[in-house]
Design a protein around this ligand. Structure first.
Ligand SMILES: Cc1ncc(COP(=O)(O)O)c(C=O)c1O
Length: 381
């Protein structure tokens, strides 16, 4: 399939959160959406549905749920059943529902750090305590420091939030790591909320995504898995995601918390249309996307590491680079690069101010221009 990911799509005046955040002369490489047009099969399906002209309440049909089931089986060798799927208008809501469903008020919830920031805010928003487990470097690889967590854990720790693949360091847990995590959760009687929204975006060809819930009976019956087509197919503006909750009691708890507050799926007509088309037609487009992202990634790793004061480890997954800027000794690295014309995400937001996050889901020419601006700003500093 030939898709021109180099094509520049003008996103000005499209109410784009990403492109409206900074001055027009700043290249926005922050929030996690891509600048690419979505897959042609999705756009075509949306046109057809829009042309019908009647947009009443909806429901997920059999084909849609079968597509999710098939996808889990074909891509991740995970056998799920349609009635385990709980449709959600977004995964941030799902993270917050999990916190409230599986820990009581005052009890504690564990999140990795650094991490996508709603993992850090959800416990306090729900009146639960946040405990953290650090990502640390070991033999040139990011690993979760479970030994330190073991010392912090208390009798009221209820839920472990995982982000796999990890936003922002791009790690994908190996089977051995998942097994260690599962043993840890068994020992401490923890339910897991595993956010796997980036699972279709594996860049490293030697790495495979394994859903946490698929590794054992205990993991299956003590977890919620969160997935969505929104990152993979660039559909974030539609609000269509799902939780997979195999255990009936956990599903009931989740639904009890969401009921009447999180919109029911009957509002998700456009999201369902796009998701069904993505899972029916999107695979060749996804493969082409991965090729393009791998090219951007390889370019970026080299270019960033060539700039004195910046460092970046290769990523296993995601289009979100995690750049160490600590050697520059800047008080506010985010503002420094914004003034240089590149809008990044501050690492502080994810729990580590020594870093900046750069979204390379954009055409190569824009990425090259951004890196040039960063290098020039550092040279003049
Ligand atoms: C790990 C992770 N979870 C959830 C989300 C957001 O999901 P949603 O837009 O469905 O709320 C993101 C977006 O970047 C993410 O990286």
């Amino acid at each position: 399939m030939t898709i021109d990911f180099d094509k520049v799509v003008d996103r000005s005046n499209t109410s784009s959160l990403k492109w409206d955040r900074f001055n027009p002369d700043v290249i926005p490489l922050w929030v996690a959406d891509m600048d690419f047009q979505s897959a042609p099969g999705i756009i075509e399906a949306l046109h057809q549905r829009i042309d019908h002209g009647v947009f009443g309440y909806t429901e997920p049909d059999n084909e849609l749920e079968q597509r999710v089931v098939e996808r889990c089986r074909n891509l991740y060798q995970w056998a799920i059943q349609p009635d385990w799927i709980v449709w959600m208008p977004g995964l941030v809501s799902a993270l917050n529902v999990c916190v409230r469903a599986y820990a009581d008020e005052g009890e504690s919830v564990i999140s990795p750090v650094p991490v996508y920031y709603p993992f850090l805010t959800a416990p306090a928003l729900g009146g639960r305590q946040l405990k953290t487990v650090d990502w640390v470097q070991q033999d040139g690889q990011w690993v979760l420091d479970l030994a330190s967590l073991e010392k912090k854990i208390t009798h009221d720790s209820r839920l472990l939030m995982l982000c796999n693949p990890q936003n922002p360091n791009g790690r994908v847990f190996s089977r051995a790591e998942l097994e260690t995590l599962e043993q840890f959760c068994k020992k401490h009687n923890l339910t897991v909320c595993s956010d796997e929204v980036h699972c279709d975006l594996i860049l490293d060809r030697n790495v495979k995504h394994i859903p946490y819930a698929s590794i054992s009976e205990f993991a299956r019956t003590h977890s919620v898995t969160l997935m969505s087509p929104s990152k993979t197919f660039n559909l974030a503006g539609f609000g269509c995601a799902f939780a997979i909750i195999p255990d009936g009691k956990l599903r009931h708890k989740f639904n009890r918390v969401r009921k009447g507050i999180v919109p029911d799926p009957d509002n998700m007509l456009i999201g369902f249309t796009a998701t069904k088309a993505a899972y029916r037609h999107g695979e060749p487009w996804r493969q082409a996307l991965l090729e393009y992202l791998r090219g951007n990634h390889d370019f970026l790793v080299k270019a960033i590491n060539d700039i004195p004061g910046l460092a970046m480890e290769p990523l296993q997954a995601t289009y979100l680079a995690w750049i160490d800027v600590s050697a520059l000794g800047l008080e506010d690295p985010h503002s420094f690069f914004e003034q240089a014309g590149v809008g990044l995400s501050p690492g502080k937001q994810f729990g580590d101010g020594n870093y900046l996050r750069l979204n390379f889901g954009c055409c190569r020419s824009l990425l090259e221009e951004a890196v040039e601006r960063m290098a020039k700003a550092i040279k003049q500093f």
